[in-house]
Design a protein around this ligand. Structure first.
Ligand code: NAP
Length: 503
């Protein structure tokens, strides 16, 4: 089920939130701690208002959870505990389907009385523990204790701080499939638990309407969860794919791949996974399991030791941006690494040139990881390449690494990225591969004058309109922007992933 967190300061605001999302959610949690003090006094009327607004009885149609979360649990309630218990009692009497009672309320006489009132009234108890800063080591035991042999719904909300924490949490989720529970990892490391809750038997996942993220860090919106991640159709058979990196929240890849999986009606989902430690991710990848993974900074080199085999582009680039699970029976078994930046770079170049770049003279500015894939692609196609880099030693290293790999007739040389470097003979195409120009700021070679005959290709795509591209275009050059390469390399990834997805 998808539960909308009602985080408005007034009941009216919450009603509006609910009305605009009813098609996307199955239940809602009124966060009484986020209401103003005056509004808290009026919560008894809320279930009736919801019934009236939706035009149907609440009951199972749209059950409500009554929650007054304390500041110490990551909520906002700071007034007296007796007043908090009174508010919870009021919610139980008012017809909320569920009441959220923290585990320590099992110990105090006043807390026990609230629980008893809920049981007598038929309001289901969600017994909860929130850890807004960390994660206990014994999550499985805690979930079982909270559930009280199934008499209550266990709710454990924790904050994984590393990928290894996420692995532990998902293992606990898996081992408690038999328990009625809500298990959520908040924060950026916990994001996959929000999407995959159905897979490990969590009763619900919580969502926040856009702009109301105060409910908990890492929340996802109901529309994205329903339409982008197709949450309601996730089954134990759903094939998993994803992107690993740090940071990862900005990645466009989940939008790209999930849309294509949906268009092709494939039972597959693609998740952003914040990864601080590649080894921990590979533990997770086998457990869930994952079938294909995109890799972004800073892990493109770190994944290499975990791959059973790689393509020639990966060897040349010394980095891998995609790996896929090999088909059963394939040798060697394990993960196969591919560098889709190689075909991704070439496809828009060929389109712009109307031919292969063989025989052309090309300057490549930069000698980082992406430059290696670019230079390898060009040399395989038979281009003559001059690599110019701020650190000239790095450019020379790139040349000496790539030269022995053989080529389709191309040649490589290196030089310093400096105004006095002679680019004559290498001006048919100029490729900008440094990170300068990201965020729309900076030009790696402001002294470089275009004469309008060059094809200028900047691989930076955040944003695609870099100062370098703008300058080239105004000099009359034909240009290729980095978003074209991004889309082409993502398309190459999708072709690998979709073969491993199931319909
Ligand atoms: P990287 O390995 O860190 O390499 C960075 C490169 O930028 C190095 O050559 C570095 O030179 C140079 N550089 C950094 N700051 C500079 C400055 N102030 N002046 C001159 N040169 C500077 O990064 P990468 O993985 O190759 O990625 C580079 C860019 O390509 C990023 O913007 C990335 O987003 C983009 N990219 C795009 C696609 C796509 O699909 N369109 C694919 C991959 C990468 P030094 O060696 O002297 O430090």
């Amino acid at each position: 089920m998808i539960c909308l967190e009602l985080t408005g300061a007034t009941l009216r605001e919450n009603l509006t939130l609910l009305q605009s999302h009813t098609n996307f959610v199955n239940m809602a949690e009124l966060r009484i701690d986020l209401l103003t003090t005056d509004e808290r006094a009026a919560i008894a009327g809320f279930p009736g208002q919801v019934e009236q607004a939706l035009g149907r009885p609440l009951g199972r149609a749209l059950p409500l959870i009554c929650t007054v979360r304390r500041a110490s649990d990551g909520g906002s309630y700071v007034a007296s505990e007796s007043e908090r218990l009174r508010l919870l009692e009021e919610g139980i009497t008012a017809g909320f389907a569920y009441v959220d009672l923290e585990s320590d309320l099992r110990e105090s006489p006043a807390g026990k009385a609230v629980g008893e009132h809920a049981r007598v009234t038929g309001c289901e108890i969600i017994r909860s523990i929130y850890d807004p800063v960390g994660q206990p080591a014994d999550a499985e035991a805690i979930v079982r204790r909270l559930s009280d042999d199934g008499r209550e719904i266990a709710r454990l909300t924790v904050t994984p701080r590393t990928t290894a924490d996420l692995v532990v949490l998902l293992e606990a989720a898996d081992r408690t499939r038999d328990v009625r529970k809500i298990l959520i990892g908040t924060g950026p490391y916990g994001f996959p638990t929000r999407i995959l809750s159905r897979r490990f038997g969590s009763m619900l996942t919580c969502v926040s309407a856009p702009g109301t993220e105060q409910a908990a860090p890492g929340h996802i919106g109901p529309v994205d969860l329903t339409t982008l991640y197709r949450f309601r159709d996730i089954t134990p058979d759903t094939r998993l794919f994803g992107i690993i990196g740090s940071p990862i929240a900005h990645s466009r890849s989940p939008q790209y791949h999930n849309r294509r999986f949906a268009a092709d009606q494939l039972n597959a989902r693609y998740l952003p996974i914040l990864v601080d430690d590649v080894q921990a991710f590979f533990n997770l990848a086998d457990r869930l399991p994952f079938h294909g993974v995109s890799v972004t900074m800073p892990h493109k080199e770190a994944v290499l030791p975990f791959l059973a085999d790689v393509d020639a582009g990966t060897t040349a680039a010394g980095s891998c941006n995609t790996f896929v699970r090999r088909m059963p029976g394939a040798a060697p078994p394990g993960w196969f690494g591919v560098n889709t930046d190689v075909p991704g770079f070439l496809a828009p170049l060929r389109e712009a040139l109307g031919e292969n770049p063989g025989g052309l003279g090309v300057t490549v500015i930069g000698a980082g990881g992406a430059a290696r894939a670019v230079v390898y692609a060009l040399v395989q196609e038979g281009a003559r390449v001059l690599v110019v880099n701020r650190s000239v030693d790095r450019a020379a290293g790139l040349v000496s690494d790539l030269q022995p790999l053989g080529s389709g007739g191309g040649a490589i040389a290196s030089a310093s990225l400096a105004p006095d470097t002679d680019l004559n003979g290498y001006r048919d195409v100029i490729v900008q591969t440094t990170s300068v120009g990201m965020h729309g700021v900076g030009d790696p070679a402001p002294w470089l004058r275009f004469d309008g005959t060059e094809l200028v290709y900047d691989i930076v795509y955040t944003p695609p309109e870099t100062p370098f591209i703008v300058r080239a275009r105004s000099a009359g050059c034909r240009t290729v922007t980095g978003d074209r390469m991004f889309d082409a390399q993502a398309d190459a990834q999708y072709r690998l992933f979709s073969r491993l997805a199931v319909s």
